[in-house]
Write a protein that binds this ligand. Structure first.
Ligand code: BES
Ligand code: MN
Ligand code: MN
Length: 454
């Protein structure tokens, strides 16, 4: 197996670079044809690797790639999930090289999607190819690689509900998260949920001269800023009534265990170029970024933002607001709480409109399961070090849905690094990580198949 990987190393990389050249930005309809091209690429590679089914499944949005290799229906089945869509690449001017012209520099692949998630799910196709070519696939495998993860997976949800039979498996395996460091392997045992909304505040029925009307009429931008500022108190707690009601507090023992996770606060600050961290009082940085819920403005706009100065009192102001959720908060409940509160705090003289976007539920993976044990053993073998369990701060909303609709647990065996700049300019993925993933995945299959048969 190792030999096969070594012999095909360069081709494994070249293929990934080809995939990275396709600008499969799901959010932007201009790239619709490219998104499909990426799906076709992935489908073909799954086929070539030795699957007996590889197909493009149409949805009202971007297609889903499904593949499978059933070697024996009596054996367990691993369902690999990933996403071939990527985030928009702007601001383009901050990239050192064009986002869809991948380059390998300092042992890293630079391109949009290099880590999130093309580089990571492609490891699975190459690991599958390796197991097929060396006759070492120990159980059945299915692939479900979607094209709408970055925009909320709405069509995947419908697909899962309509295809329970087809997707039948014993466990879901995903590489779309990070490890602590290349010499400190880890496995995420949790994901946060998400509520995402857009708010619109309207003042007067038109833009006004800020001298003639200023001071006498509500300025929606001023008001929006005040409203947003009031959503946190002086302890950085969120002020929406009931927001924390369902939050599962960690036990003292769990918090102590978490405090033992390798984490260098000074290096963290230095990497981000900040003098001090800031967050909810009473919690550590690791806790704030994983087991505590948050509320953040992702974008805010309105009024005049062109060159020079225009004296105007805008009619409208907007913001996009996300809330990261933790067990046992529910996205729909939190969204409703936000809407009610935001409407209640709007002063007279403005109107508020709120549009909910996508959401998703938080997830915690069991650590006493055979799949977690298999992932632990696989990583320990390939890294030479036992992985640390970590709670992730990001969201993969479909994971909670897999459990609800398919009754399946997920293992989050990711290989990225937090410093890989996902969703940012100069996103990259280490060659070390790419090849380490290809090496570790077959070990997972081996251990999982062995443990499942006991
Ligand atoms: N792969 C990320 C999620 C992630 C990153 C989890 C790092 C844990 C560690 C995924 O592609 C992503 O970006 N998800 C979105 C949610 C989606 C609904 C847009 C997110 O977390 O913002
Ligand atoms: Mn991802
Ligand atoms: Mn992402």
């Amino acid at each position: 197996m190792q030999d096969y990987i070594a012999q095909n190393k360069d081709r494994f990389l070249a293929e990934l670079l080809d995939l990275l050249r396709i600008p499969s930005i799901s959010a932007d309809t201009q790239y619709k044809a490219d998104v499909r091209k990426a799906a076709e690429f992935v489908c073909e590679k799954i086929q070539l690797a030795g699957a007996d089914v590889a197909e493009i499944c149409e949805t009202p949005g971007h297609p889903i790639v499904f593949g499978q290799k059933i070697i024996d229906p009596a054996l367990p089945t691993v369902l690999v999930y990933g996403h071939y869509d990527v985030q928009p690449a702007d601001p383009y001017e901050l990239w050192d090289s064009p986002p869809f012209e991948p380059v390998v520099k300092d042992e890293k692949i630079y391109a949009r999607g290099a880590c999130d998630d093309k580089g990571q799910f492609y490891m699975h196709i190459k690991a599958f190819e390796t197991m097929m070519a060396t006759n070492t696939l120990p159980c059945n495998v299915k692939f479900m690689i979607e094209g709408e993860e970055e925009i909320g997976s709405n069509n995947l949800e419908l697909f899962v509900k309509a295809n329970r039979e087809k997707l039948q498996a014993d466990v879901i395996l995903i590489s779309d998260t990070a490890i602590i460091a290349n010499d400190t392997p880890s496995i995420d045992v949790g994901l946060r949920g998400l509520s995402y909304l857009e708010v619109e505040v309207t003042g007067a029925n038109r833009d006004l001269h800020s001298g003639v009307y200023g001071g006498a009429v509500a300025n929606p931008i001023n008001v929006l800023c005040q409203m947003i500022a009031s959503l946190h108190d002086e302890h950085n707690h969120i002020t929406i009534p009931g927001f924390y009601d369902a939050v599962a507090e960690l036990t003292a023992a769990q918090r102590t265990a978490m405090a033992a996770t390798p984490f260098d606060l000074e290096a963290y600050k230095k990497d981000l170029g900040i003098a001090e961290v800031r967050g909810e009082e009473g919690y550590t940085t690791l806790e704030r970024a994983s087991i505590r819920p948050t509320l953040d403005v992702n974008g805010i706009w309105g009024g005049y933002i062109g060159e020079g100065a225009k004296t105007v009192l805008p009619s409208k102001a907007y913001a996009k607001i996300s809330m990261r959720l933790v067990p046992n908060q529910q996205s729909e409940v939190i969204t409703k709480m936000f809407i009610e509160h935001f409407e209640a705090i709007a002063p007279a003289g403005v109107q508020v409109k709120i549009r909910p976007h996508h959401g998703g539920e938080p997830y915690v993976t069991p650590t006493d399961s055979i799949e977690f044990l298999a992932a632990e053993k696989a990583m320990e073998e390939s890294f030479g070090k036992k992985p640390v369990p970590t709670r992730g701060g990001g969201s993969i909303p479909i994971v909670a849905l897999f459990e609800k609709e398919l009754g399946l647990k997920t293992v989050l065996m990711g290989f990225g690094l937090d410093s890989d700049a996902i969703h940012s300019p100069n996103e990259h993925y280490g060659l070390f990580n790419y090849y380490k993933g290809i090496e570790t995945i077959p070990l997972f299959f081996q251990h999982y198949a062995a443990l499942a048969q006991k």
